[in-house]
Design a protein around this ligand. Structure first.
Ligand code: PMP
Length: 289
C-alpha cells in the first residue's frame, strides 16, 4: 500500500508522521472516511465539503484547494489500484511544540490512506445487530461540537469500550438531556408506522453523508422522513431500527437494551433502503482515473 503524505507517496512502513504533530499530541485535526465502489469514489464532493467545514470550525487552513484534495483522493485510489475500498483522509494541525498552542504549527499535514474496511461481520447484516445505550454522553454542541469530524474521537471511543464491555458491537449515545444523538460511528434511524425518524443534528449527531443519502432515497421512494427528538422509549417501541455510516452502510438493529425491536428481525423498509443504497453505489461516484 502506498500512502500519500503531503504530496508524496510512501510505502506502509515508511509512512510516518512526527511525534510533534499536534494530530498525535492533541487529536488536533480533522478526517473523513470515504468509500469507493466499482471504480468510483462514492459521494466524494460531500466528503470533501464536510472536511473543509470541519477544518473551518477548528480554524485549520487546509493547504490544498478542494480540487487538489479531490485529485489526491482519486490519485491515491489509482496508485493503490483500489476499485472497491475505503479511503481515510486526514488533515492534522502539523508539527508544533509540546505546548498546545496551534500557532506554533507551521503547516498542516494531509494524509490519504486508500485501503479496505470491514466494519461489522457479514452475518450481522443478515441477522441484525444488538446494541445498547451507554453511560458516556455525546459532547455538548458548545464544547467540541459533534458535527466536527475531528481527530479527537475519545468521547466515541469511551462509548465503544462500554459497548464492548456489554458484549455488543455498537453503542447508542444520548446527549446531555437524555435524547438519542447517534452511535459511536453511525447515525441512527427508526421506522414508526412507515415513517422514518432520525435525530436532528442539534441532538448531537454528525451530519452523516450516508444519513443524507438514505433520506434522499426514502423521499424518492415516497416514504415519509422527518428529524425527530427521540428518547429510548421511542427506540424500544419502533417497528424497525437501522444504523447508517460510510463504513457500515445500512445495518439493521434488532435489539436495544434487551428489548426486541419490531419483529426482532431486520424490517422490510430497512431491506428496501439497503437495496436502494447498493443500487446507487453501483451507478454513481467520481471515476478513479
Ligand atoms: N456518526 C459518527 C460519530 C461517525 O464517526 C460517522 C462516520 N463513521 C457517522 C456518524 C456516519 O457518517 P457518514 O455516513 O458520513 O460516514
Amino acid at each position: 500500500m502506498k500512502i500519500f503524505i503531503d504530496g508524496k507517496y510512501y510505502d506502509e512502513k515508511n509512512a510516518k508522521i512526527s511525534v510533534f504533530d499536534h494530530g498525535l499530541l492533541y487529536g488536533d485535526g480533522v478526517f473523513e472516511g470515504i468509500r469507493a465502489y466499482h471504480g468510483r469514489v462514492f459521494k466524494l464532493k460531500e466528503h470533501i465539503d464536510r472536511l473543509y467545514c470541519s477544518a473551518k470550525a477548528i480554524l485549520l487552513d487546509i493547504p490544498l484547494s478542494r480540487q487538489a484534495m479531490t485529485r489526491a483522493v482519486i490519485d491515491a485510489c489509482r496508485q493503490n489500484r483500489v476499485r472497491n475500498g475505503y479511503i481515510r483522509l486526514l488533515v492534522t494541525r502539523g508539527i508544533g511544540t509540546l505546548g498546545l498552542n496551534p500557532n506554533r504549527c507551521k503547516r498542516p499535514s494531509v494524509i490519504v490512506i486508500a485501503g479496505k474496511i470491514q466494519l461489522y461481520p457479514p452475518a450481522l447484516y443478515a441477522r441484525g445487530m444488538e446494541i445498547v445505550t451507554v453511560p458516556t454522553t455525546r459532547n455538548l454542541v458548545n464544547a467540541v461540537n459533534p458535527a466536527i469530524k475531528s481527530l479527537n474521537y475519545l468521547n466515541n471511543i469511551l462509548a465503544k469500550i462500554e459497548a464492548n464491555i456489554a458484549g455488543v458491537e455498537e453503542a447508542i449515545m444520548l446527549n446531555a438531556e437524555g435524547f438519542v444523538a447517534e452511535c459511536t460511528g453511525d447515525n441512527l434511524f427508526i421506522v414508526r408506522q412507515r415513517q422514518l425518524l432520525t435525530p436532528p443534528l442539534s441532538a448531537g449527531a454528525l451530519y452523516g453523508i450516508t444519513r443524507g443519502t438514505v433520506i434522499d432515497l426514502a423521499r424518492e421512494a415516497d416514504l415519509n422522513v422527518a428529524e425527530a427528538t427521540l428518547t429510548r422509549y421511542d427506540l424500544y417501541n419502533a417497528d424497525e431500527c437501522f444504523l447508517t455510516g460510510t463504513g457500515a452502510e445500512i445495518i439493521p438493529v434488532v435489539k436495544i437494551d434487551g428489548r426486541a425491536i419490531g419483529s426482532g428481525k431486520p424490517g422490510p423498509l430497512t431491506r428496501q433502503l439497503t437495496d436502494q443504497y447498493h443500487a446507487l453505489t453501483r451507478i454513481t461516484g467520481e471515476p478513479i482515473r
